[in-house]
Design a protein around this ligand. Structure first.
Ligand code: ME8
Length: 640
């Protein structure tokens, strides 16, 4: 059997649930996997989680649970999401898997035996967030960025990997394999880094417990990156080595394009064919990341459909470059390209084929210059798309396809088929118009299949095509093939998003809205911002907290979140508004004892003045839970 196309994503840390950055990488890999299957290849697509190391150890300690318990929780989030998004990996690898531990220890031993790993003492500054010792220059950079708190001084007995030995072999390999890293400008960065000189790399830690231990020396844990990178080896199916394509974000390119190939050279294994580094999704100018508290979760966008999110990712992000995310841009793209663009064109075309040709798309004989232009563009659709998609440029491939779809809109306007239908003399022209629309839509339904599998199938079905769109061979597709059966009724492909309403919903005073998959999983790790700066006691003591009792409660008209309450504070009654309708009905609030911030300046919400605030607990993903004083605490009691 021929070697499968072996494709990988990074394995994600389990210190946080997936955000759209992780989702993007995985969708990109899935689109490429589906594309290669439609090109007739056998595909092995691997993804998973990176579960060892200090980051995860610390995140678990902060939650008061074991690292494995945290990993299990987060893995459930990932696997649920990939299932919901129909990601077609063959294995979800976890670095805590037993077969992986064996591979890591065996390979470590191999390099110890060959002398590529040796023991020594290391002293230096260590970056907790990068899980790596840093050079003096890197330390200064971090300090300049105000990230000095991430550095700790460490002195350890350590095992080192002889990275310096591979400086020259790596540069030679780079020169002989111009496609090893994509895009080119990233490859140049990697080359410059290696040309700057490589020092041996510390690849064990005694300061951490959570990890795979060094064989026969278990006070040492194997460095998390050595452990993590080897997942690609553990997960490789029989006969699939080497990886054909390894997709990573630009943040971890150095690990993949320098350390990883050096490890493989030392192990005597073939190197991956291509490492593809994509850019970041940004919020404004900032990288989206949990520590910055600016992440967008995929569930927020998936309410518009899996296909829609996949399309947005592929259409808007040019692989290799950064891209700012905006909710408005997201909705504009979907409305323009899916609701108005493809959806509208398909519905109109199919309806006309039903109405004027009883459902059967006619044969095409171009009758004028415009017909010939459309036919030429149509015939070029598949080859153009394939050449871009083969280079993993789905942004460009979809752009080209949509240019043609927009051209077809103009073609309909010019040809005015509804007028042609009234005149028997225009029969050949109407045949050409309907036949070309049909052919281009049929090609489109296949080309979009790797990106939007559900929409592609729906369009394929309504064009009266038998079987599964995803099982067709893109390489053998014939644009001009005659229609084999009648079109079906057009199915709406994508409903227009009411942008104003969605934006308004976002602007409402925010009490977190639990979304389906997130609220269902009470086991989700915490989604909370970092701790605020320290304050002294006097600052805290200025807050006057009192026990109150809710006397009456009613929903605030036109607000999904606010409830208006009358609260007894013992010495007076107050009107207080709370954004708690997601967690409580007005009826169940009446009689409840609550903690009130009693000296807060009054504030108007939806035109009603609120005198104080109720304390509630939540993370960004859960409903609010009101803090309840014990039953026998009386209204007016001080809380301190
Ligand atoms: O680095 N935009 O895991 P990780 C686009 N465990 N992609 C993003 C992104 C953003 N804003 N943020 C994250 C690790 N990503 C290691 C990898 S591999 C042997 C070990 C994506 O959870 C992108 O692919 O921090 C990035 O490389 C990856 O998530 C980092 O995930």
């Amino acid at each position: 059997m021929s070697k499968p196309f072996y494709l990988t994503t990074p394995i994600y840390y389990v210190n946080d649930r997936p955000h759209i950055g992780h989702t993007y990488t995985t969708v990109l890999a899935d689109v490429i996997a589906r594309f290669h299957r439609m090109m007739g290849e056998d595909v092995a697509f691997l993804t998973g989680t990176d579960e060892h190391g200090q980051k995860v150890e610390k995140a678990a300690a902060a939650r008061g649970i074991t690292p494995k318990a945290l990993a299990d929780e987060v893995v459930a989030n990932y696997t649920e999401l990939w299932k919901r998004m129909d990601i077609t990996h063959f294995r979800f690898i976890r670095t805590t898997d037993e077969d992986h531990r064996k591979v890591v220890q065996t390979r470590f031993q191999q390099l110890l035996d060959s002398g590529d790993i040796y023991k020594s003492t290391y002293k230096g500054l260590y970056s907790v967030s990068d899980e790596a010792f840093v050079t003096e220059i890197q330390a200064k950079e971090l300090q300049a960025q105000g990230l000095a708190h991430q550095l700790v001084e460490l002195e350890e007995e350590t095992y080192n990997f002889r990275l310096s030995k591979y400086e020259k072999p790596l540069l030679e390999y780079f020169a002989a394999h111009p496609d090893f890293v994509q895009p080119d400008f990233r490859f140049n960065e990697v080359k410059r880094f290696v040309e700057g000189g490589l020092q041996d790399l510390s690849i064990s830690r005694t300061s951490i417990q959570w990890g795979i231990s060094v064989p026969d020396d278990d006070k040492h844990v194997i460095y998390v990156w050595f452990d993590a990178l080897l997942n690609y080896l553990t997960g490789a199916p029989e006969g699939a080595w080497p990886p054909d394509l390894q997709i990573v974000g630009k943040d971890i390119l150095r690990f993949h394009a320098v350390y990883w190939p050096a490890f493989l050279m030392a192990m005597g294994l073939e190197l991956p064919k291509t490492i593809l580094a994509h850019g970041w999704w940004l919020m404004g100018d900032d990288k989206m990341s949990k520590s910055k508290g600016n992440v967008v979760r995929p569930n927020t966008l998936l309410k518009f459909g899996n296909d829609a999110l996949r399309f947005y990712f592929m259409r808007d992000m040019q692989v290799g470059y950064d891209r700012s995310f905006s909710f408005e841009g997201f909705m504009d793209r979907l409305n323009a390209d899916l609701a108005n663009g493809l959806g509208n064109l398909a519905a109109r075309s199919i309806t006309m084929i039903q109405k004027y040709r009883d459902g059967l798309a006619p044969a095409v004989v171009p009758t004028d210059e415009l017909d010939r232009t459309v036919a030429e563009q149509g015939r070029a659709l598949v080859p153009d798309f394939l050449s871009k998609a083969k280079a993993d440029d789905f942004h460009g491939a979809l752009e080209g396809l949509w240019i043609h779809l927009r051209f077809l809109d103009g073609y309909i306007v010019k040809a005015e088929p509804w007028k042609l239908a009234k005149d028997e003399a225009s029969r050949a022209k109407l045949d050409a118009v309907l036949g070309l629309l049909y052919r281009s839509l049929r090609a489109t339904s296949l080309l979009i299949a790797p990106v939007m599998p559900v929409m592609a199938q729906s369009l394929w079905d309504s064009l009266g095509m038998p079987g599964k769109a995803a099982e067709q061979s893109l390489g053998e597709f014939v644009y001009d093939a005659p229609a084999v059966s009648k079109v079906g009724d057009p199915k709406p492909l994508f409903s227009r998003i009411d942008k104003e309403a969605e934006l308004k919903a976002l602007e409402e005073p925010s009490t977190p809205t639990p979304t389906t998959a997130e609220s269902a999983s009470a086991a989700s790790p915490l989604d909370v911002p970092e701790l605020r700066p320290v304050i002294d006691y006097d600052t805290f003591a200025q807050t006057d907290l009192r026990v109150g009792q809710i006397l009456s409660a009613e929903a605030v008209p036109k607000s999904k979140k606010l409830i208006k309450m009358t609260v007894d504070l013992g010495f007076e009654q107050r009107t207080i508004l709370g954004g708690i309708a997601i967690g409580y009905t007005p009826e169940e609030l009446i009689g409840k004892k609550v903690v009130v911030v009693a000296n807060l300046a009054p504030r108007a919400l939806m035109g009603i003045e609120s005198h104080g605030m109720l304390l509630a607990a939540s993370d960004n993903a859960s409903k609010p839970y009101l803090i309840a004083p014990p039953d026998d605490a009386k209204p007016g009691f001080i809380v301190k």
